[in-house]
Design a protein around this ligand. Structure first.
Ligand SMILES: Nc1nc2c(ncn2[C@@H]2O[C@H](COP(=O)(O)OP(=O)(O)OP(=O)(O)O)[C@@H](O)[C@H]2O)c(=O)[nH]1
Length: 210
């Protein structure tokens, strides 16, 4: 269901999962949708899913696009324009994937020309002895981006995986409601309109008199 301006409505959100290769994007999506973990998943596969659920007692639809890490540079413009919000995933045992997710966020904001709705996710938190990106560092980045931050393990499961999707949905919905609200015009703006009207009338009088 689309509104007249082509955007999805408040109760429908389009979510894109982005991050470097092998960070567990597909595993997270599969866990969220099926409550199961799949050890091996076709890495080249890009899939989109329609998920109907209830959030805060409201029936909603999430369209989820699970991208393949390798393809980001090829499809980024299309993916970014399509989505209302982003799940940005890195793996806590992979420093490079953290740097990658930071440049992906920058790229999204450049394309959208605004600070975009997103959640930052550090996956593979079960690999405790291999941690390369510490919670405090990722928290600082999330604060800079004004977004929520979650650490997850797609293999172990846990409520965070459901919360992160729900939180992103709520954020997108909030933004849409703000965008729909008609802005109150300032008195300065109204004054300018009156002056323009008066000025125009006088100009036409002068023109017709000459
Ligand atoms: N230990 C651990 N392994 C995980 C976790 N999530 C995913 N994996 C493993 O990491 C590998 C990559 O997972 P995928 O879900 O295919 O990662 P992806 O980000 O979709 O990969 P691309 O499609 O190549 O971009 C697989 O071998 C998964 O089993 C996790 O939370 N913990």
């Amino acid at each position: 269901m689309m509104s007249s301006n082509g955007k999805s409505k408040g109760s429908e959100t389009k979510i894109c999962i982005l991050g470097g290769p092998g960070v567990g994007k597909s595993a997270l999506v599969v866990r969220f949708l099926t409550r199961r973990f799949i050890w091996e998943y076709d890495p080249t596969l890009e899939c989109s899913y329609k998920h109907h659920t209830t959030i805060d007692d409201e029936p909603i639809t999430m369209e989820i696009l699970d991208t393949a890490g390798q393809d980001w540079t090829i499809h980024r413009e299309g993916h970014v324009r399509w989505a209302d919000g982003f799940v940005l995933v890195y793996a806590v045992n992979d420093r490079q994937s953290f740097d990658e997710v930071c440049s992906i966020k920058q790229c999204i904001d450049d394309i959208k020309k605004t600070n975009t709705q997103c959640v930052l996710v550090g996956n593979k938190i079960d690999l405790l002895h291999e941690i390369r990106v510490h919670t405090s560092e990722a928290e600082r980045v999330a604060t800079d981006w004004a977004c929520a931050f979650f650490e997850t393990s797609a293999s172990d499961g846990g409520d965070e995986i459901y919360e992160l999707f729900h939180e992103l949905h709520r954020e997108i919905k909030r933004r849409k409601m703000l965008e729909c609200k008609p802005r109150r015009r300032s008195s300065a703006h109204q004054m300018r309109q009156v002056l323009t009207k008066m000025f125009k009338t006088q100009t036409s009088k002068v023109t017709s008199a000459s």
